[in-house]
Every structure is written in C-alpha cells, then in structure tokens.
Design a protein around this ligand. Structure first.
Ligand SMILES: [Mg+2]
Ligand SMILES: [Zn+2]
Length: 179
C-alpha cells in the first residue's frame, strides 16, 4: 500500500483571515463586512505554492443563535473564497460549525470534529500540519488532534508558538517544515 499523505494548514477565520471587533466591523454577518487582514491573500498563496492544503475551520454560532442564516454564511464564504482566488490564493475547503454554543456539538472548537473530518477526507499527515488561530479554542482543537497549534495576535501558554499575524506565522511554517 502506498498512501500519499498531504500536509495542511488549518486556519481559524475571524481574527486570522478577516477583521472582527475593529472600528468598522463587529461581527461578520454579511459579506460587506468581510475585510481581509494585512497580507492574508499573499500568505495563503505562499502556503499553496509550498504544497499545503489550506482549510478554514470556523465557529459560526451566530447561525445557531439566529443572527445569520446558513445561506448568508455560505454567501460570505463564497465571497471570501472568490476574493482570495482573485489574488491567487486557494482555500481547499471551508468548514463551519453553525451550532449554537449551548448545543454541545463535537464540531464547535475546542471540539476537533471539523479537523478530524478534513484529516480523514484529504489524507492529511498530522505530523506535517499546522493549526493557526487567535483564541484558546483554536489551540485546544489543534492540540487535541496532535498538530502544531500556532497563536496569532494573542499568546497562549499551550500554543506551540505565537506570532503577530498570519503572515508571520506562515513565514515560520515555511521554515519549520524544512527542519
Ligand atoms: Mg478567531
Ligand atoms: Zn457544531
């Protein structure tokens, strides 16, 4: 048997890819509120060029709570993928947990079901993969599946390493994978 395993970077969305809680946007509940953070398309393209599958794994409890419909969320994600593609950056799949926080599902981070499903579907090698998030649940979800979990913007004692933003984290990943 010769299974070709893929390497992957799992990205949290809000606060990693796009702005939240800034002067112009609180939550992204419509596509007009999606503002990419600095150097995000370029950073994702760098990962693509290095052969990484790039996935977005995002908690969108606003759907389960009734602040946004599933259709609107899909609309936001189609828009996000299209805008990134215009700049040569490819997201291989976007996975969202739309359950409300109190539903206690397995997909909402720190649960790791979204990661596990992608690892299974795309034959991902966890030894060569990374999670990037800006909050504790991201780090916990990544650690639970045994991938190096990187924190951006904030720091966390259980993060493998912390960085200022996605761009810095990606530059580190591209060095780390050679080690
Ligand atoms: Mg976030
Ligand atoms: Zn869920």
């Amino acid at each position: 048997m010769n299974v070709q395993l893929n390497k992957a970077v799992f990205l949290d969305r809000d606060g990693v890819i796009n702005e939240v809680k800034t002067h112009r946007v609180k939550f992204v509940n419509r596509k007009e509120d999606l503002y990419f953070l600095e150097n995000v398309p370029e950073s994702i393209k760098k990962l693509n060029d290095a052969g990484f599958k790039v996935f977005v794994v995002t908690n969108q409890g606003g759907v389960g709570l009734g602040y946004m419909t599933e259709d609107t969320l899909n609309d936001i994600h189609d828009h996000m993928a299209r805008e990134l593609a215009k700049q040569g950056a490819q997201i291989h799949e976007i996975m969202a947990c739309t359950h409300a926080p109190h539903e206690n599902c397995y997909c909402r981070k720190p649960g790791s079901q979204m990661l596990l499903d992608l690892i299974d579907d795309y034959d991902i090698d966890i030894m060569k993969s990374y999670m990037v998030g800006d909050r504790e649940p991201d780090i916990e979800a990544g650690n639970a599946v045994g991938i190096k979990s990187l924190m951006v913007v904030n720091t966390h004692p259980e993060a493998y390493k912390s960085f200022k933003d996605l761009s810095e984290a990606v530059d580190w990943i591209l060095e780390d994978e050679k080690a």
